[in-house]
Ligand binder design. Structure first.
Ligand SMILES: [Zn+2]
Length: 277
């Protein structure tokens, strides 16, 4: 069955083939016009290799990636609980749960969430090329294409305040789920916040002028850059809840060299840059 489908596709009798990543290996069809990922790739290396199947004849080809960033947290939880998942996803072997798998996941999540740096350049940097090249105005990647709609804003000070504020709160009796932290930073006074006295923490209302999308992006960036991390605990129903903890690089926010920039949509409806609203 698989072989006949593959043959039909290779001979251009069918135009689209849907397969796991295992299928792509060894395929050398020069005129693949589209490569579409329907979920988060397992690593930057894998993504680069899979995209490389497109346009080998030098003609224009398009690579698209659809993902939900929540998938990254699910995978993170799976890595940490050492569970096995499907072979076309992020495979975690019983005896080989390493830091590397988490690092790999953080790198691809960060790559996906970055909407302002040239993707060609990011990949070059990932592979430690000496002088990674960007698209050079040829508009090859989505980020170069949208340069006019996104801007980078310096959030160094805010990022420091969030990490240090969280450190102080965690030293107390507080514990924050990923979901609630956005409400706390926004300064919400909903029932859960009042019941847990989150409104008495330094973090409460720290980003009251920000919109929730940008707050979420900042939190994700802090996690994917390892300044913060997520600890997963199973609740009584068997589901994993994610709680924020300090990341392995949390102390680096106090270093002089620390800086952080956030990609923010720049359009006429938004007041920029003072409050990132
Ligand atoms: Zn580019």
């Amino acid at each position: 069955m698989r072989e006949s489908q593959q043959r039909e596709w290779l001979n251009n009798r069918v135009n689209v083939i849907v397969a796991t990543v295992a299928f792509g290996m060894g395929i050398d069809k020069p005129d693949v016009r589209f490569v579409i990922h329907m979920t988060l790739p397992k690593s930057i290396e894998a993504y680069y290799q899979e995209c490389g199947r497109a346009g080998r004849d030098g003609e224009k080809s398009i690579c698209m990636l659809f993902y939900k960033i929540q998938d990254a947290f699910t995978l993170m939880s799976l890595i940490k609980t050492k569970k096995k998942i499907g072979m076309d996803k992020f495979v975690v072997s019983k005896n080989n749960v390493s830091e590397n798998q988490e690092e790999t996941l953080l790198a691809i999540a960060k790559f996906c969430e970055n909407v302002s740096d040239c993707r060609q350049k990011m990949i070059g940097q990932h592979f430690q090329e000496e002088h990674p090249k960007s698209c050079h105005g040829l508009i090859l990647c989505d980020n170069c294409d949208r340069l006019l709609t996104y801007s980078k804003f310096d959030v160094t000070l805010i990022a420091q305040q969030v990490v240090l504020g969280l450190k102080e709160a965690l030293n107390g009796t507080h514990k924050f789920s990923i979901g609630i932290i956005k409400d706390i930073l926004k300064g919400s006074k909903n029932k859960q916040i009042l019941e847990n006295c989150y409104n008495n923490t330094f973090l409460h209302g720290l980003l009251k002028n920000w919109n929730r999308v940008n707050i979420q992006k900042l939190m994700h960036q802090l996690i994917f850059s390892k300044y913060l991390a997520v600890q997963f605990c199973q609740n009584s129903s068997g589901y994993s809840n994610g709680y924020l903890i300090l990341g392995p690089d949390s102390n680096k926010v106090c270093e002089e060299t620390f800086s952080m920039f956030l990609d923010v949509v720049h359009n006429s409806d938004e007041i920029m840059p003072e409050d990132l609203e």
